[in-house]
Every structure is written in structure tokens, then in C-alpha cells.
Design a protein around this ligand. Sequence first.
Ligand code: HAM
Length: 425
Amino acid sequence: MTDILQAIRGMNDVLPDESYRWQYVESILRDIMAAYCYEEIRMPVLEPTALFKRSIGEVTDIVEKEMYTFADRNGDLLSLRPEGTASCVRACIEHNLLYQQAPRLWYIGPMYRYERPQKGRYRQFYQFGIEALGFSSPNVDVEVMAIAWRILKALNLMPYVKLEINSLGTPQCRKQFRQTLVDYFTQYKDQLDEDSLRRLGTNPLRILDSKNPSMQALIEDAPKLADSWNDEAKAHFAAVCVGLEAVGIEYKVNSRLVRGLDYYTHTVFEWTTDQLGAQSAVCAGGRYDGLVTQLGGKDTPAVGFSLGIERLLMLFEQQACKSPHPHVYLMSLGDEAQRQALCLAEELRTQFPALRVHFHATDASLKSQFKRADKLQADVAIVLGETELAQGVFGYKHLKKAQEQQSLTKPALIHQLQQEFLQHV
Ligand code: HAM
């Protein structure tokens, strides 16, 4: 027997009973982006590995452990993108978008990380992201957070999420804080767990992120980022807080929020939830003023976020979101009737472009076709059986009202559909 091949672990199919939710969320995202005058950008899923090493950082979990990297037939080292910011910045530099304008961009698509799959954590997952390049104003940090807030509100998810913010300060503050942390944790080296010990030499800020209970007391007493902020960092963060309050966005300052990617400066933020177990971050981002220069472009401030679509949908699952049902279910008996039903379906779609017409194309009995129409919650059945065919009429039965089946001529049928669905289609 031939083996049945399966999808790669952590990479999911989105089946028809879920895809309408994706479409619904995507339509909300597009509408909100139009309202904020952000424009779409589409980047390749494969990029040179060097792009991610230079942007996300050589000693981050993503680059060290999670990238799908391989040499192509030419021997060039490529990686499936683990996130969108690096590609977006690369594209802006490559196509001179930064010299003519300050682009505000959005993207949606699959990202790849070789993580241990579990609920809410996948190896292929979808991100929706936005990046505003060319603005140093803290008000743009606020606008970016307001966009996430509006998306979450539009999906009625506010009861499940909260916003946490922090500031990494300027690159100088960050550097100084790194040293302060190394000095602090080195004193307690014998109390560090394996992960933290490794991070002490590579990325000490990430020790603050540790969820290990035995590390919490040490982390609690660790120096705070805020103590290393200079005047510029303080002023920027204060303006962000004032802006959030002015717009009416609730937030909490989390002095331990550092984020897992190296490119951040100043504001960092996460919208988190307690509904998805360990995978608490639904949407995350921040300011990354140094990244454009790091990737070879001119000095350009920037800020953005990405949200995980699967995580968003898992929260959204808790709410009713109905799959669109057929307006009209076209059923027939016999070859000739089925062909006529096919033609009628096409005619109806031409005449009423928004009418959802389901053409039943099997030889099943009318009884089972009615059953199927009921299951799909169709509003109206149009029946083409032997009698109808012989008389040149169409059976018309409303499936949600207690009405007898009628026999209608074509013009009467069109009129009836107009009456029934005029307001909707
Ligand atoms: P990130 O925190 O690595 O940031 O990812 C952003 C979001 O992607 C997370 O909050 C989560 O919702 C989702 N996500 C990440 N990994 C997985 C996974 N394995 N499975 C499912 N969902 C996942 C970034 O990627 C930055 N590029 C965000 C950014 C944009 N910063 C500035 N601009």
C-alpha cells in the first residue's frame, strides 16, 4: 500500500470550515489599513540568511536555533523568513522607498520558525505586520499601537488582551544596561539556570524574560532598564505614555519586557492574553531606529508590530462568527435537468453578483439534496425535477419559512428572488 503523505509537523492546512474566519479577519485588517493610509507590500518568503543574522541578531533564539536555512543549488545560503520586518526594510532600501517618502506599509503572509510545536506555536505561522519608516515622533509609536488596539477592538477581543510597554532607550542606554546586567548576574552565576548562563555571555537582556520560577527572585532584584535611560530615552517614553493616555489606550509598564530580537530601540510593546496558555503574545513590536543603517540604508527611524493570525483566530474562536450560508441551493434530477440547473446558476450569478448560489452537481435523490441544503442552512431551494422540466417551470421552496413549494416561470422566479434578496444582494 502506498503511504499517505502528511503535512510537515507544525505546518497546518487551513480547511474550508476555518478559512472563512481567516477571510473575515483579513477583510477587517485591510479595511483598517485603508483607514490609516498604510499601503501593502509583498516580500519573498526566501531571503539571504545574512539578512536575518544582521537584523534580528546572531545570538538570538530565532537565528541560533529556529531558522530553516539551506544552501541552494548555487551554494548560496538562504533562509525561510522567520519574520517580516527585516525583509520589509531590505525591500525599502533596495527600491529606494526611503528617499522619496516616509512609507507606512503592511504585509501579511507565512513566517517560518523551527520551534517546538504546541497550541498557538507553529513552524509555519501567519503574521500580519505594519512598519512605519521615517518617523521619529513618539506619536507614531502611539499610532502604531492604536492600530493594533483598533484591530483588537474590531474583533471584540479587548476583554482578552492587555497592552504592556517598556523602553530599551537609545542604543547607548541599551549597551550600558547590558553591562550593568552582566555585572549583576555574574555575582550570582551559581544560581543561574542553564539558559540564563548561556544568555549571560550572549544576550543578557533575555535573562529578564525567563519564566523559570527558580530565577524569579534574582530577576526581581535585577537592575531596571529605566535606571539606564538618558534624557532622550526618558522624554521619548514619557511622550508615548502621554499619547496613549490622550487616545484612551490602557497600558501597563512592564519593566522586564525586552523582546527577543536585537533591533529594538526605545519603545517596545506586546499585547498579551492569558487565554492561550504559554503563548501569551498576540501582537508585538516596537521602535527600531538603527535597523535601516544596519542593513546599509540611510539613517531612518522606524516603528512597527506584527500579530500572529493563528493566535488572533484562537481568541476569536470564542466568539460567534458564522460561515456564509448559500442564499440559493439549486437542485436537479437527471442529466438534462442538471445541465439546465448549471445554466440557471450562471444566469443568476450574472444577474445578482452578490447572490450566493450553490449548484448541487451529483445524482443524489431530491430528498438527500434537500437534506444537504438544510445542513448548509440555505435560504431557498430551486428544484428542477422531471415535472418541472416537462412543464418549463422551476420549483421554489423557502427553507426557513413555512411555505409550500411553488412552481414558477423563469421571469416569476427572478422576480421572487429579487423580492427575497433585494436588500441583501
Ligand atoms: P515576534 O514577537 O517575534 O516579533 O512575533 C510577533 C508575533 O508573531 C507574536 O506576538 C506571535 O503572535 C506571532 N508568532 C511568533 N512566533 C510564532 C509561532 N511560532 N507560532 C505562532 N505565532 C507566532 C516579530 O516578528 C517582529 N517582526 C515584530 C515587529 C514588526 N517589530 C517591529 N515591526
